[in-house]
Design a protein around this ligand. Structure first.
Ligand code: MN
Length: 498
């Protein structure tokens, strides 16, 4: 049990500083408006540590600003807990900050509604929700920044919640961050969660890693200096050469894979070389190999063949007399941004309206492009058709009031939802509510809608009229079966009466 409940009190000043540092001429007044609005809405509410609640949305916004995401995303970060935790509604937020920001905030709120009931079912639910919400990937960025602050301050949560949140991060959030190529986010999420999910292993891993890094640090510095010298004398222009230390959880995972054999892990400390363009990457590789013999089978060209999450770099492992075996990672500045921020790098505010393109996961690129066009005011539905990701093509994901996710075909209605829950629920449906509003039974549902069905046990059966609008086979079959038997019953009763 952590006894020190002090936490860093993120302030407006730090957010403002980050904005001035990371953006050219940021619209600070708009961000300040959102900060004041959130401060007022959360006024009086405290964190578990006793600190004012506003430090959490502030920390979230600072993280998003560090990633240089558009200011709308930073503002949504400040407002992300307002509709859920205060008396201001999403409509209030929309009236104050516009439809676009409200849309991001409402996406984050919906993600938060998935409830935890056993990790397997929950993981499935949350994964589906993420996919649905990835239709606006900005929602995912806010959710990650939110969760990262929560996991960085797990001591500020009630003890009973800690291990669940930590496991959730390891099993769901980090793998999704990884798929989106967000290496820095993934590493930070994992290391913070690892500490709470597996405290004993965490301590072991940190001490092993520390020992190893300490032994090698001085040697690595010498190798870095040597690399700089040989590259400069070969006339290769380098922007940066730097040692990087492996994240704790990723080190631990590798150690397990090699059955605890530390000597097989070559990238505990790696040397990262950043250059201007792709040609320079290969030039660096050539020069390094002429001074250090490469280990056989350890040259990896992720430039010619990027990893599925978009990662690009050249890797080589060489033998150095002082340092022993050491890995070099060679990349351009763009590749570096891609490796650290993944798909978020494409959303960098500097790229708004620019034509610049990176090689990346094609479906992600589709999404990014589509959403840029949507934000430019084009028709949402026609563009959604073009999303090539099979996983959420033609599917929607809606929530039960208990927070379970029901997966339905597009254009499904509350009746389809009712039959997906249970045949009895379908047969006895009388009313439906979507997001707490009463709606007609033929309403077309959207991803993220929360649907609740009112049933009446004395209802004899479904209305055959429903067949005109239901979308799922399941609903059609059940309605036909029930109405058929109803007609049969009716004929039987009538003939008996005669
Ligand atoms: Mn939050």
């Amino acid at each position: 049990m952590e006894t020190n409940l002090k936490e860093k009190l993120w302030s407006w000043e730090e957010l403002e500083e980050t904005l001035k540092d990371r953006y050219e001429d940021p619209d600070i007044i708009s961000v300040r408006l959102a900060f004041d609005y959130a401060s007022e809405a959360h006024a009086g509410k405290k964190r578990y540590t006793g600190a004012p609640y506003i430090i959490h949305p502030t920390a979230t916004a600072i993280r998003l600003a560090q990633m240089q995401l558009p200011l709308a995303v930073v503002i949504a970060g400040l407002l992300h807990d307002v509709p859920e935790d205060t008396d201001r509604t999403i409509e209030d937020v929309e009236a104050e900050f516009g439809a676009d920001i409200a849309k991001i905030v409402s996406g984050v709120t919906k993600l938060g509604k998935v409830k935890y009931r056993g990790i397997e079912r929950y993981a499935e639910n949350l994964r589906k929700m993420f996919l649905a919400m990835a239709a606006d990937v900005r929602v995912v960025f806010v959710k990650f920044a939110d969760r990262l602050h929560n996991v960085e301050t797990l001591f500020a949560m009630p003890e009973a919640k800690r291990s669940r949140v930590a496991k959730e991060v390891l099993e769901i959030y980090a793998p999704i961050a990884s798929r989106l190529g967000m290496g820095d986010m993934k590493g930070r999420l994992e290391d913070n969660a690892f500490k709470y999910a597996f405290p004993k292993e965490y301590k072991e891993a940190v001490s092993l890693l520390d020992q190893n890094v300490q032994v090698r640090e001085g040697d690595i510095d010498k190798t870095i200096d040597k690399a700089k010298t040989v590259l400069e004398s070969d006339g290769v222009k380098i922007e940066q050469v730097k040692g990087r230390r492996k994240f704790v959880f990723s080190f631990w995972r590798k150690l397990k894979r090699y059955h605890g054999d530390l000597s097989k892990i070559y990238d505990i400390v790696a040397i990262r070389v950043v250059v201007k363009d792709v040609a320079d990457c290969y030039a660096v590789l050539g020069t390094l190999h002429s001074h250090w013999p490469p280990l056989k089978g350890r040259i990896k060209d992720y430039i010619a063949q990027p990893k599925p999450n978009g990662y690009q770099s050249l890797h080589t492992t060489v033998f150095d007399e002082t340092c022993g075996i050491v890995e070099f990672q060679i990349r351009t500045h763009e590749m570096h941004e891609q490796a650290e921020y993944g798909v978020a790098a494409h959303w960098n505010y500097k790229q708004e309206g620019s034509e610049k393109k990176f090689d990346t996961m094609p479906w992600m690129e589709d999404l990014v492009d589509i959403h840029k066009e949507i934000s430019a005011g084009e028709d949402f539905l026609t563009h959604l058709e073009e999303v090539k990701l099979d996983m959420f093509q033609d599917r929607i994901f809606v929530l039960t009031p208990e927070g379970d996710v029901i997966d339905l075909p597009e254009y499904s209605t509350p009746v389809d939802f009712a039959y997906a829950i249970h045949t009895e629920v379908g047969n006895q449906t009388v009313n439906a509510h979507v997001n707490d509003q009463a709606v007609p039974l033929d309403t077309i549902l959207k991803s993220g809608d929360m649907v609740s069905i009112t049933t009446n046990k004395s209802r004899k059966g479904p209305n055959p009229e429903w067949l005109k609008f239901v979308k799922t086979n399941q609903a059609q079959t059940k309605i036909r079966a029930a109405t058929k038997s109803k007609v049969k019953q009716w004929i039987e009763t009538m003939s008996r009466k005669k």
